[in-house]
Design a binder for this molecule. Structure first.
Ligand code: ZN
Length: 468
């Protein structure tokens, strides 16, 4: 067993220095294959004096406590330096990994660490810097204001935000000062039109007793996933909304079947009534037969008077406005409208509504206060860090992308499922909610708005060219 001296032997020991850019020694005898130094660098010491580099050579370090001999190349001979310095930057450049512990330091050739680091700095030339991390945290904290929550909660009105914060209506929503006279640019685009609807007085007494449904589309710009239509199903009792996307209007029945199966299984009740307009997608024999088979009775509203289908129409309008606000606020390309709609529906389901006596649809349906601490602004810039062994040398280390919820799984940037998926693929995500995506995807002439503003004042007729 070897014992370690607790005094530094400056003549023979090497000091591992994370701040120096090159291995160096004052002792010319330590170097082999030495040549004269021809470069222009000088060594600046801690008292700011400059020492010239005389030679460059190789050496071998033989640590006292193990048998490995470590060859070092490109070591500077600097006359006047009173110690031998091992540069961490030069070690890591040669492919080694250096770990500093409370009692020791270890250099590895190949090492895979499974644990998530508590902190992660970046190398800047020959030094390692943590300040970038700290600045990032600082920035997000500083911006965690009412404006940020206004955007996270799908552009909810500032007065409603104030009420929700003061009454702690959502888990994870901080109490902040809200200036209710704030103007948000995204909202100016999104909420250009406000129409009042007469609402039927009928109220369902239990979940799934009455479902309102309406088809939205065709949307001029096909979504990222190839969709042109959206169908919504709204539970009259809780106002909870389920949305599905379609390539063709004719998929409405199959989406209704899908919804019926999922909702009935989750809620544990059967759908009794379905209220729709009499658009062709709802009036086929096939649709009628299906409803009859499962004893779902139906109510039709009059054509061209969307007021009678008030709840479904209004929900679609609300979703459209929010979707438009979200796309515009962050300069997100219009082809992500379906992702924005999914996000809007997810958030709306969790916001308290006056007509539900300030319960949220989620709260009314599941009797639980929704948690919003994990909400992030739609369209935030998301950095994906790919570990070394998963990328080729030419790949960028961080890939920038925009974040959105997966339309079928409602994955959030820090949801447990996503975390697990990321861990298994060893990819990390970092979100910057303050950065706005610049339009660098080469889609010239495509606006953020997949539909023309104002078209939604009128119901879209069957067969009408896609004016949206
Ligand atoms: Zn807004």
């Amino acid at each position: 067993m070897t014992t370690m001296s607790d005094k530094i032997d400056y003549e023979n020991d090497w000091i591992i220095d994370s701040g120096c850019s090159n291995h160096m020694t004052g002792d010319k005898e330590k170097l082999q294959n030495m040549s004269e130094y021809k470069g222009s660098c000088v060594v600046v010491t801690t008292n700011n004096s400059k020492l010239p580099i005389a030679h460059v050579g190789n050496t071998v370090v033989s640590p006292q406590n193990n048998d490995t001999e470590m060859p070092l190349q490109n070591v500077y001979h600097v006359p006047g330096v009173k110690k031998n310095l091992l540069s961490v930057a030069q070690l890591t450049s040669a492919g080694h990994i250096v770990i500093f512990g409370p009692h020791d330091v270890k250099v590895y050739n190949n090492l895979e660490i499974k644990d998530e680091p508590l902190m992660k700095g970046q190398r800047l030339e020959s030094i390692y810097v943590m300040s970038a991390e700290a600045a990032y945290v600082d920035k997000t904290r500083r911006n965690e204001t009412a404006d940020l929550w206004h955007m996270r909660l799908s552009h909810v009105s500032y007065s409603k935000l104030d009420v929700m914060m003061n009454n702690s209506m959502l888990k994870g929503l901080p109490k902040l000062e809200v200036r209710t006279n704030t103007i948000c640019a995204g909202c100016q685009y999104g909420k250009a039109h406000q129409l009042l609807y007469e609402e039927s007085n009928y109220r369902a007494n239990e979940p799934l007793e009455l479902i309102h449904s309406d088809v939205f589309g065709p949307v001029k710009q096909t979504s990222f996933g190839g969709m042109k239509y959206m169908v919504t199903f709204i539970d009259d009792f809780s106002k909870y909304v389920w949305i599905y996307f379609m390539k063709e209007k004719s998929e409405t029945l199959s989406k209704f079947k899908e919804f019926k199966k999922v909702a009935e299984a989750e809620v544990g009740k059967k759908i009794c009534w379905l209220r729709t307009d009499n658009g062709g997608e709802y009036t086929s024999d096939e649709f009628a037969n299906f409803l009859q088979e499962y004893q779902v009775r139906r109510q039709f509203t009059c054509a061209n008077t969307p007021q009678q289908n008030g709840i479904a129409e209004r929900k679609n309008r609300h979703l459209t406005e929010i979707c438009r606000s979200m796309l515009h606020a962050r300069n997100v390309p219009g082809r992500f409208w379906a992702e924005a709609m999914t996000t809007a529906a997810y958030v709306i389901n969790r916001l308290p509504q006056q007509r539900l006596h300030f319960l949220s649809p989620f709260g009314k349906l599941w009797k639980m206060k929704p948690t919003v601490s994990y909400f992030r602004v739609f369209g935030s810039v998301c950095y994906v860090f790919v570990p070394d062994h998963l990328r080729s040398k030419m790949d960028k280390k961080a890939v920038r992308s925009s974040s959105w919820w997966s339309s079928d799984k409602e994955l959030l940037p820090d949801s447990d499922t996503l975390k697990r998926d990321l861990q298994s693929s060893q990819v990390q995500l970092k979100l910057d909610e303050t950065e706005i995506v610049d339009d660098d995807d080469g889609e010239d002439g495509v606006t953020q708005n997949p539909w023309q503003t104002g078209v939604h004042q009128q119901p879209v007729e069957d067969g009408e060219p896609s004016a949206i």
